[in-house]
Design a protein around this ligand. Structure first.
Ligand SMILES: NC(=O)c1ccc[n+]([C@@H]2O[C@H](COP(=O)([O-])OP(=O)(O)OC[C@H]3O[C@@H](n4cnc5c(N)ncnc54)[C@H](O)[C@@H]3O)[C@@H](O)[C@H]2O)c1
Length: 184
């Protein structure tokens, strides 16, 4: 499969590496240019158990870029794994996620092929229907579930065992706008 991953931090880089290690073509997008440069030079900017070793086996399937348009255009599904820090009232903020979705919407507008947008970041219940879906529909001019897919696929893993837990999940949680997107 052709997969893009937006946000190559503690969870995103591990996720991108795990998919690449399983033979998928992965395009990783990161806005921190220091990370981009290190990864393009095949250096690992994140400390996580087993990550460096797995990266060494996966470089051939991994392209690193800061260009989100190139990543969306050349993949079937985009996993978004950007920060959602807690506010003082305990709710998660969507500001980083919304910034990414506002960029992806106009790219979906240009793309003829069906594309799935997969939110992996931790968000508050209701965010997909109330915030992300309207935002993507408005910025793409397309209909969710028909012209593009929206999926929520959160992780419940802990730092230190991200790679092991991702590759050996107790369960995988998938909420989707339509069956094709869920299956993908
Ligand atoms: N770390 C974990 O083990 C873990 C486990 C479960 C869930 N999560 C959730 O996953 C999400 C990400 O967590 P993390 O720990 O990986 O965060 P992180 O801060 O380590 O990484 C996030 C990355 O996203 C990048 N980013 C932000 N905006 C971007 C943009 N517009 N384009 C490209 N890259 C962008 C940042 O530069 C950073 O490298 C959060 O919602 C978190 O709650 C994390």
């Amino acid at each position: 499969m052709d997969i893009s991953v937006v946000g190559l931090g503690k969870l995103g880089l591990c996720t991108a590496t795990c998919f690449a290690s399983n033979g998928h073509n992965v395009i990783g997008v990161e806005k921190n240019l220091n990370f981009v440069e290190q990864l393009q030079n095949r250096k690992c900017p994140i400390k996580e158990t087993g990550l460096e070793e797995l990266l060494q086996k996966s470089w051939d399937n991994l392209t690193i870029t800061a260009d989100i348009e190139k990543a969306v255009m050349n993949s079937d599904i985009t996993l978004i794994i950007v920060p959602t820090p807690s506010k003082p009232d305990g709710r998660f903020t969507n500001e980083y996620l919304e910034a990414v979705l506002k960029t992806i919407g106009p790219i979906l507008k240009k793309k003829d092929k069906f594309h799935v947008v997969d939110i992996v970041s931790t968000v508050m219940p209701g965010s997909c229907d109330k915030v992300f879906k309207p935002l993507l529909e408005e910025s793409s001019g397309k209909v969710c579930g028909k012209d593009f897919g929206l999926v929520y696929n959160p992780e419940f893993i802990a730092l230190g065992s991200v790679i092991h837990d991702f590759l050996n999940p107790d369960m995988v949680v998938i909420g989707a706008s339509d069956n094709n997107s869920a299956n993908l």
